[in-house]
Design a protein around this ligand. Structure first.
Ligand code: TLP
Length: 353
C-alpha cells in the first residue's frame, strides 16, 4: 500500500496540502502590504482571477464564506430576503451570517439536486408590494455541494439571471467549485460566470491551495467589496505568501480536476455494487459522491466511525447519508484502498444483522 494511503481522507477537497511547487513559490513570493494594495503577488492573483472569470476585477479573501458574505452585504439591505436553494451553503453552513451581518433572511427554495429553475423561484417569490420583504438578491451554487456536486446547465443559470435582472434583482454565484463545473461541461469558467453580477470561487478546495478564495465582479463592486473585507477583518497585509500558492492553483490545477472526477465515478460505481449501499449514479457529475448506508443497518455516523477505525475518513451528512469528496491528495490507489475498506465494513455489518 502506498504510504500516503494509510489514512485516506475523503471528508472534503479542502484537506489538500500545498504541493512542493506551491511551497517553493510561497517561500520566494514577492510581498508588500496588501492593505495599501502594495502586494505584487496578490495584485497578480486578483488580475488573473478576474481574467479567468471574465470579470473586470477580483478581490482575494481568506475564505469562501467571507467572499459570499461580502457579496450578500453589498447587494442587500436589512429586512431583505435572499433567494437561495434550500440546502445552499450560504443558508446552511455560513453560521447564519446573512442574518447576523447583513440583516437578511433566506427565502429557501426546494429543489431536486441543488439546481433551481426560474419557474421554481418565481413560484416562491412574494409580490412586489411595499408591505412584503424585498427580494434583493438571488444566490446560486455551482457545483452544488449538498446536491452531490451537481452542475447547473448553462441555459438554466442564464435564464434565472436574465429574469432576476428584469425584476431589478442581482444574482451572485457561489462558485466555490466553479472549475469543477467548467471541467464537467468542457466550457471555460468565464462562460459559466458571465450572466452573474458577482462570483466567488475557492482556491483552497480541489485547486489545492492552502488558503484563499476570490470574489469577482465589476470594478465598482470590487471597490466597495474592499471596504467590506476590511470591516470584516479581512485585510491581510503580506498575503502574497498565500497568493503565490493561489496563482499555481489557478493556473495549473484546473487541468487536474478531471482526474478527481474520474475517481469519484470509480468510487460511485463500486459503491453502487455493494450490498446495503445506495448511490444515485446519475447525480455523480464532479468530485462529490453522496451515498446512503442505511441498508447496512447502521446509521451514517456509525458507518463513518467504523471506516475511520480502518483509516478511511468520510463524513456523515445526516442520519442515513454520507458524503465523500475526491481530490488530488487521494489518487486512484488511495481510492481503491478506501473502496476495499468500505466494502468490508458494509459486508461485516450485514453479516452481523
Ligand atoms: N464547503 C465545505 C464545508 O463548509 C461544507 C466543504 O467541505 O465542502 N460555498 C460552498 C459551495 C462550499 O462548499 C464551501 C465550503 C464554501 C462556500 C465556504 O468556503 P470556506 O470553507 O472557504 O469558507
Amino acid at each position: 500500500m502506498p504510504n500516503e494511503c494509510r489514512v485516506v481522507d475523503l471528508r472534503s477537497d479542502t484537506v489538500t496540502r500545498p504541493t512542493p511547487e506551491m511551497r517553493r513559490a510561497m517561500a520566494e513570493a514577492e510581498v508588500g502590504d496588501d492593505v495599501y494594495r502594495e502586494d505584487p503577488t496578490v495584485n497578480r492573483l486578483e488580475e488573473r482571477a478576474a481574467q479567468a472569470l471574465g470579470k473586470e476585477a477580483a478581490l482575494f479573501v481568506p475564505t469562501g464564506t467571507m467572499g459570499n458574505q461580502i457579496a450578500i452585504k453589498l447587494e442587500s439591505a436589512p429586512g431583505d430576503e435572499v433567494i437561495c436553494e434550500e440546502y445552499s451553503h450560504v443558508a446552511n453552513y455560513e453560521m447564519g451570517m446573512m442574518a447576523a451581518w447583513s440583516g437578511c433572511q433566506p427565502r429557501l427554495i426546494p429543489s431536486e439536486h441543488g439546481q433551481l429553475s426560474w419557474d421554481q423561484i418565481q413560484e416562491r417569490m412574494r409580490p412586489d408590494i411595499y408591505y412584503y420583504s424585498r427580494h434583493a438578491l438571488v444566490v446560486l451554487e455551482n457545483t452544488h455541494n449538498m446536491g452531490g456536486g451537481t452542475v447547473y446547465p448553462i441555459e438554466a443559470a442564464q435564464e434565472i439571471c436574465d429574469r432576476a435582472h428584469e425584476r431589478g434583482m442581482r444574482v451572485h454565484l457561489d462558485g466555490a467549485r466553479i472549475f469543477n463545473a467548467a471541467t464537467y461541461l468542457g466550457r471555460p469558467a468565464a462562460e459559466l460566470a458571465a450572466p452573474f453580477d458577482s462570483v466567488m470561487f475557492c482556491l483552497s478546495k480541489g485547486l489545492g491551495a492552502p488558503v484563499g478564495s476570490l470574489v469577482a465582479g465589476s470594478r465598482e463592486f470590487i471597490g466597495r467589496a474592499l471596504r467590506v473585507r476590511k470591516m470584516m477583518g479581512g485585510g491581510m497585509r503580506q498575503a502574497g505568501v498565500l497568493a503565490a500558492a493561489g496563482l499555481i492553483a489557478l493556473e495549473k490545477h484546473p487541468a487536474k480536476l478531471a482526474e478527481d472526477h474520474r475517481n469519484a465515478r470509480y468510487l460511485a460505481e463500486a459503491l453502487s455494487r455493494l450490498p446495503g449501499i445506495q448511490v444515485d449514479l446519475g447525480r455523480v457529475q464532479t468530485n462529490i459522491v453522496m451515498f446512503d448506508a442505511s441498508g447496512t443497518g447502521l446509521s451514517a455516523e456509525e458507518f463513518s466511525r467504523r471506516l475511520k477505525a480502518r483509516g478511511v475518513l468520510i463524513n456523515p451528512v445526516n442520519e442515513t447519508r454520507l458524503r465523500l469528496v475526491t481530490h488530488s491528495d487521494a489518487g486512484r490507489a488511495c481510492c481503491e484502498r478506501a473502496m476495499a475498506v468500505i466494502a468490508e465494513a458494509a459486508e461485516a455489518a450485514l453479516r452481523a444483522e
